[in-house]
Design a protein around this ligand. Structure first.
Ligand SMILES: Nc1ncnc2c1ncn2[C@@H]1O[C@H](COP(=O)(O)OP(=O)(O)O)[C@@H](O)[C@H]1O
Ligand code: SF4
Ligand SMILES: [Mg+2]
Length: 369
């Protein structure tokens, strides 16, 4: 969605809520203790809009998506809070109840098409099975729909592809097939969980463009999960930044980029991949490690890695507070752009304790590559 369209949608006033997530927490009972993977996440998503969920590996993005979709079963999982879809509470839905929601209402495109596709089933069958299951479509009709779907996701000679197996396609084509399957039953909400991470950089932009075009054509809402702020910069209406299972900053996209308050968001921005990096380059631009989710630090989770850290940050947990612009929230005592922030950095530099800032990188997003 372009900035213009985003503005047009926003100013038309024709917004209607599809998904309301309130104080959602998800933990896992493990032998080492309780892993707090998602901690008190709240957001609202309107029909046809895109929410970007951004954070480093292990920040809780996948658990959040799966938790909303009710894909985390088993007695070791503890889910608390509220997930309202079209006004109905679904947090307590059983797998059986959720099966009417999966595919037809919400569906997901996973990171690696090779693991989400069945390697020993022909592509045509993988699509038509979903149509049979959810829409009770006749065999011939399902095959025609499958051809149309494959064509709509840019797969050449779709009739021929129906009788092929996943391994006969390139990575990019396989991801197009998984998108076709996810779209088969016309969901109103699509989760795209790092949909391009396993792909070559040359096809990443094509897949993101495809998702965006499909989303617009179908007026579908999308939750686009990525570790790369560059990916959501021009594609999301709103962004939540996750760290250690918590939302640490949340804002309409333009506000996030122009008025960012969180030192972690700043560090993520500096870790946007550059064009000259080989694909799959591991970005270690933020010094240090993510927090321990079983025994998190007493104060701010980001303190050990933050160049602005002060004594208060080690003692107290910063609450989520409102920024100056509507819809902007952050979790920091010494926010970027404030005099307190400048003073904190100056104090750390004078004391020689400032964590080195990652070198600023050109703000080039992967989709332009
Ligand atoms: N089934 C599980 N049992 C225990 N811990 C888990 C489980 N699934 C995920 N986690 C932990 O939850 C945290 C968040 O994981 P995840 O949501 O996959 O991160 P992301 O998608 O942001 O990379 C990680 O520390 C991960 O190890
Ligand atoms: S609260 Fe303190 S440690 Fe945490 S991000 Fe803000 S300045 Fe850094
Ligand atoms: Mg993940």
């Amino acid at each position: 969605m372009t900035a213009l369209e985003t503005d047009a949608t926003a100013s038309s006033g024709a917004r209607s809520t599809l998904l309301e997530v309130t104080d959602l927490s998800t933990s896992f009972r493990t032998e080492r203790g309780l892993v707090h993977a998602v901690d008190g996440v709240t957001f609202t998503l309107d029909r046809g809009r895109t929410l970007g969920v951004v954070g480093e590996s292990g920040s809780g993005k996948t658990v959040l998506s799966r938790s909303i979709m009710g894909l985390l079963g088993g007695k070791n999982v503890i889910r608390e809070g509220s997930v309202r879809y079209e006004g109905t509470e679904i947090i307590d839905y059983s797998a059986k109840q959720m099966s009417s929601v999966w595919g037809a209402e919400m569906s997901m495109v996973f990171q690696d098409p090779m693991t989400s596709l069945n390697p020993v089933m022909k592509i045509g069958k993988q699509i038509t099975e979903s149509l049979h299951r959810h829409l009770d479509v006749e065999k011939d009709e399902a095959r025609k729909t499958a051809v149309a779907l494959l064509r709509s996701v840019g797969i050449p000679a779709p009739e021929q592809r129906l009788d092929e197996y996943p391994h006969q396609l390139s990575g990019g084509m396989r991801q197009r097939v998984t998108i076709a399957i996810a779209l088969a039953c016309g969901p109103k909400l699509l989760f795209a969980d790092e949909p391009t991470t396993a792909l070559d950089v040359t096809v990443q932009a094509q897949i993101l463009d495809l998702l965006e075009a499909q989303q617009r054509d179908r007026h579908m809402a999308m939750i686009l999960v990525t570790h790369d702020l560059g990916v959501v910069r021009t594609r999301a209406d709103e962004i939540i930044v996750m760290y250690g299972g918590k939302v640490v900053e949340q804002a309409p996209t333009r506000t996030l980029f122009t008025e960012k308050k969180m030192p972690y968001t700043e560090a993520l921005l500096h870790s946007i991949p550059r064009l000259d990096m080989p694909s799959h380059t591991r970005l270690d631009a933020i010094p240090g490690r993510p927090p321990n989710l079983i025994d998190p630090p007493r104060g701010c989770n980001f303190a050990p890695r933050c160049r602005y850290v002060q004594a208060r940050c080690l003692e107290e947990r910063p609450p989520l507070v409102a920024g100056d612009s509507p819809g902007h929230f952050y979790r920091c005592f010494f926010p970027i752009g404030s005099p307190e922030n400048t003073e904190a950095l100056a104090r750390n530099q004078a004391a020689g304790t400032a964590v080195a800032a990652p070198a600023p990188r050109p703000t080039v997003s992967t989709e332009e590559s």
